[in-house]
Design a protein around this ligand. Structure first.
Ligand code: PEP
Ligand code: MN
Length: 337
């Protein structure tokens, strides 16, 4: 971190400021006295340095970070890829491609169990399905809630597919004990109380990027979970809001190689919520695999026109089968390059 002090900053001010920074943080401060300004260089772990309080000093002209504000999620401190092993032995982040597939919402036992069988047959390695749904309208279907979770478990029992489903509140953490991957949805990416509590459990978390969040904010949210001791975080790019209205969101494909460069955590792409249109899912999925994603999370519904949520972006099992085959072929072609 570099701090530039104002011209008229007295020697006494500089000295007491330096002492205060060194006493409150695990850093050493080097000072250079120039003709016009004094410049301070902070060496060491600056993650806990409060940049706002430094900026608030009236003798400080500017502050700049040269190191990322996240540490546990940072590849610099953990050069090897993180591989997350699920209860059934499935490994995410080991170089293989994982397709999580299933409906936006769990609607009934028959629905979720049939979709689970279909997507498994097509090569999906995890079943997705929402039981607690964050809907823009309070009048829209809110999910089957606890019953939905039980139906996800039933579908897992029938197929062996691990399950991924969304949590919305801290008080539900116990309900999710037997879930393989807990999803934190885009709307809760900065629900810091939820993130802190999820940091205390030993369970993989699929953390989706917020609708208007930067890559650094996504990594800081991952850091919240990891700082609590849970290092099993999977990052998910699901499109961000831009001025484009043709698609539901804009898939930030460059986030994939950027996240892989900045972090050691696995990266998954959600082409369904990124596009909002089922016919775009194949292209976006192919782009995600080519960009280096460790996995995809794709919405599949047995009857999209009657789906209780997100039907327009859901693939039928037949469409999913074709997409999954192409993705597998693309992945093996890329592995041989
Ligand atoms: C979902 O996965 O169904 C969902 C609500 O996703 P997001 O949080 O990315 O909008
Ligand atoms: Mn959805």
């Amino acid at each position: 971190m570099i701090i530039v002090l104002k011209k008229n900053c007295s020697k006494e001010n500089v000295q007491s400021f330096v002492e205060k920074i060194e006493a409150n943080n695990n850093v050493k401060v080097n000072a250079w006295e120039g003709i016009h300004n004094t410049v301070l260089g902070l060496i060491g772990d600056t993650t806990s340095v409060d940049i706002d309080s430094i900026n608030a000093q009236d003798f400080v002209e500017s502050v700049r970070r040269v190191q990322e504000p996240y540490k546990k999620a940072n590849r610099k401190f953990h050069p090897d890829d993180t591989v997350i092993t699920l209860n059934n032995g499935t490994k995410i982040g080991d170089g293989s491609l994982h397709i999580m597939a299933g409906p936006c919402s769990v609607e009934s036992k028959d629905q979720i169990c049939q979709i689970a069988k279909d997507v498994k047959h097509s090569g999906a390695t995890l079943l997705r399905g929402g039981a607690f749904k964050p809907r823009t309208s309070p009048y829209a279907f809110q999910g089957l809630k606890a019953e939905g979770l039980e139906l996800m478990k039933e579908a897992r029992k029938q197929t062996g597919l691990p399950i991924v489903t969304e949590i919305m509140r801290v008080s539900h953490i116990d309900l999710f004990e037997d879930v393989d991957i807990i999803q934190v949805g885009a709307r809760n990416m900065q629900n810091f109380e939820l993130l802190k509590e999820l940091g205390k459990i030993d369970k993989p978390i699929l953390l989706k990027r917020g609708l208007s969040s930067t890559i650094e904010e996504l990594l800081m949210s991952a850091e919240y979970i990891m700082a609590g001791g849970n290092e099993k975080v999977i990052l998910c790019e699901r499109g961000i809001r831009t001025y484009e209205t043709f698609t539901r969101n804009t898939l930030d494909i460059s986030a994939v190689p950027i996240l892989k460069k900045l972090s050691h955590l696995p990266v998954v792409v959600d082409p369904s919520h990124a596009s909002g249109k089922s016919w775009l899912v194949e292209s976006l999925s192919m782009a995600a695999v080519a960009a280096g994603a460790d996995g995809l999370i794709i919405e599949v519904h047995n009857d999209p026109t009657h789906a209780l949520s997100d039907g327009a972006q859901s693939l039928t099992p037949e469409q999913f089968d074709k997409v999954a085959k192409k993705l597998t072929a693309l992945k093996s072609a890329l592995t041989n390059i």
